[in-house]
Design a protein around this ligand. Sequence first.
Ligand code: NAP
Length: 266
Amino acid sequence: MSGPAAAATPAVEAERTLIDRLWPDPAADLDDEALLATYAFPADRPWLRMNFISSLDGAATRQGRSGFLGDDADRRVFDLLRREADAVLVAAGTVRTEGYGAMRLDAAAIAWREAHGLPAQPVFVLVSRSLDLDPDASVFTRAPMRPIVVTVDEAPADRRATLTAVADVVTAGAGSVDPARLRAELASRGLQRVHAEGGPTLFGSFLAGGGVDELCLTLAPALEAGDAVRIAHSAVAAPTEMRLSSVLRAGSELLLRYVRDRSAAV
Ligand SMILES: NC(=O)c1ccc[n+]([C@@H]2O[C@H](COP(=O)([O-])OP(=O)(O)OC[C@H]3O[C@@H](n4cnc5c(N)ncnc54)[C@H](OP(=O)(O)O)[C@@H]3O)[C@@H](O)[C@H]2O)c1
């Protein structure tokens, strides 16, 4: 689904695209509670969800940004998916390209979270090997919860020291962040429900590491051609079977939820 810059657009009730559930349990014009129920995390185990948007021909970006592919329905679901999470995970390339600022959920989301026994805001988690992240950026300085930066053994020591002033910096791999180690680290902090917003390098490396439980994929009704990246890439292929969990439709756009099929032999 599209990135945070586009997500800032307020939804105008009268103009917004209705979202219907096609499968399972068909239902028209889902309200926020019905959408949240459709995307509920499993109650009893740690879970890592990836959330992406793609054009019909597999482009993950338009003019270099995912936000230009999304519409108001995609942005509505994008925001709601953050609401249920303990942690929102984003890799450094996406933070830099999409211009992430501090992640702050709105008043309705805070009220919902508190009513469900959650802290007002999820924790923002960044993944970076190089630690090429500006400690003066608002993603750190205006964060409502102290962010976590997950990096590797070989990360530059000086950047690690600088970022420690504005975030918890933890190591979860030698040359690449290992999703199992990242998940264990977050779970040790009580952050079990992890909602990841990309990008493609992170997704590819986490697929290779067997660390993804779910994909929420918006299929934007557009063809892009060009040389845009796909939603996942890695040096080595990582076949991963998925099982359909739900299908929503907003106009000509599909919002698909797939969960990892752990019974499938690949
Ligand atoms: N269609 C969508 O839904 C969607 C979603 C997100 C992003 N995007 C698009 O994707 C593009 C960015 O692609 P990208 O592949 O560069 O994004 P990315 O995966 O967000 O960023 C790659 C960077 O993240 C860090 N990283 C990722 N996985 C790592 C791992 N396992 N271990 C250590 N570090 C890791 C590294 O950061 P360092 O360089 O700091 O070491 C790496 O260079 C942008 O155009 C963005 O708009 C699209």
